[in-house]
Unconditional design. Structure first.
Length: 134
């Protein structure tokens, strides 16, 4: 949970050991820099900058856009690159008067790799496709 109005990460819960969770107290720019150290793609770094940028989150919220998503690859605690899908939902807290960003990050590595392989095969002339799952 990120307090957009005060530019501060106030809460972080992880349900898998692979995710980094030492981000409470960071500002939006600190959070972005923390993430960029683990993101190998320049394009993904730029997308993450826009996704987590405090001013842009507030602009989207004020214009009625309360949900935003981004897919990116990031190196996690297991030292492997994982495809991640992040959904950010902004909401106004009537008690404090602040805008909060609730971000949910899912590891979609297997699904994304299957999608990439399928797209690469479909874009070529192919007679048949065999997929093997564990």
């Amino acid at each position: 949970q990120f307090n957009v109005s005060r530019d501060r990460m106030v809460q972080c819960r992880t349900y898998r050991d692979i995710f980094y969770s030492n981000i409470v107290g960071l500002s939006g720019s600190e959070l972005t820099m923390n993430l960029q150290d683990r993101i190998p793609s320049k394009e993904d770094c730029i997308n993450i900058q826009h996704f987590y940028n405090n001013e842009e989150v507030m602009e989207r919220f004020k214009s009625g856009i309360i949900e935003n998503t981004v897919d990116y690859r990031s190196r996690q605690k297991d030292n492997k690159l994982h495809w991640l899908h992040a959904i950010c939902r902004a909401a106004y807290d009537e008690v404090s008067g602040d805008v909060f960003s609730h971000t949910f990050v899912s590891d979609v590595d297997i699904e994304k790799k299957k999608e990439i392989v399928t797209e690469s095969v479909v874009n070529k002339e192919t007679d048949f496709i065999i997929t093997l799952d564990k």
